[in-house]
Design a protein around this ligand. Structure first.
Ligand SMILES: Cc1cc2nc3c(=O)[nH]c(=O)nc-3n(C[C@H](O)[C@H](O)[C@H](O)COP(=O)(O)O)c2cc1C
Length: 170
């Protein structure tokens, strides 16, 4: 799949088949996150790959719109240093997320981010040390609705280019 096709066709997938994601595919996804760019090449991230069903369910309860994690074959929690300290931190995490999601899409694996608001609960569930923080996790899995993969982009799904781009000045 060409990068341009992946960018054009990729969409959020929130309902997944029970089909597991192989170790090879899982590692390819995680490696895309490792490979992504970061401010000063800091690589300020740790990824926790979760496949255990009760853990997926528990994480899905840590955000109002995180329910899709419960049905995912894989969840990747993107841990960062304290995002309040440096504005580049969540930008870097977003880069890693996008790389992982595009790599997954190329391999036929759908995904969706989840914003996690119950910070202390996520720490209890995943047992990570105090210097690391979790705000966003990604669900991955094979789409339950196959049509989702080839459907044309939603009408009105994205703002038109001329509404967001300014040339030379605002
Ligand atoms: C930073 C960020 C946080 C998000 N949080 C959630 C979330 O908590 N729950 C959810 O279902 N989708 C979440 N999403 C997914 C967006 O809703 C989705 O990317 C957007 O609606 C576009 O979907 P589409 O690509 O299918 O058009 C998040 C996306 C981003 C980039």
């Amino acid at each position: 799949m060409k990068v341009s096709d992946a960018i054009r066709t990729k969409r959020a997938v929130r309902k997944f088949l029970e089909t597991p994601i192989s170790d090879d595919v899982t590692k390819t996804i995680l490696n895309a996150g490792r490979r992504s760019q970061s401010s000063k090449n800091n690589q300020g991230w740790q990824f926790i790959a979760v496949r255990d069903k009760p853990t997926l369910k528990a994480l899905s309860e840590c955000g109002e719109w995180a329910g899709h994690i419960a049905g995912a074959a894989l969840c990747v929690a993107i841990l960062t240093p304290d995002p309040a300290e440096k504005f580049q931190t969540m930008f870097d995490a977003g880069q890693a997320a996008a790389f992982m999601q595009l790599a997954a899409w190329e391999l036929g694996v759908g995904s969706c981010p989840a914003s996690l608001y119950d910070f202390e609960r996520t720490r209890q569930i995943l047992q990570f040390p105090p210097e690391w923080h979790l705000r966003i996790a990604l669900s991955f899995g094979y789409a339950a609705d196959e049509e989702k993969l080839s459907a044309p982009p939603k009408k009105g799904g994205r703002i038109q280019l001329d509404e967001i781009v300014h040339w030379e000045k605002w």
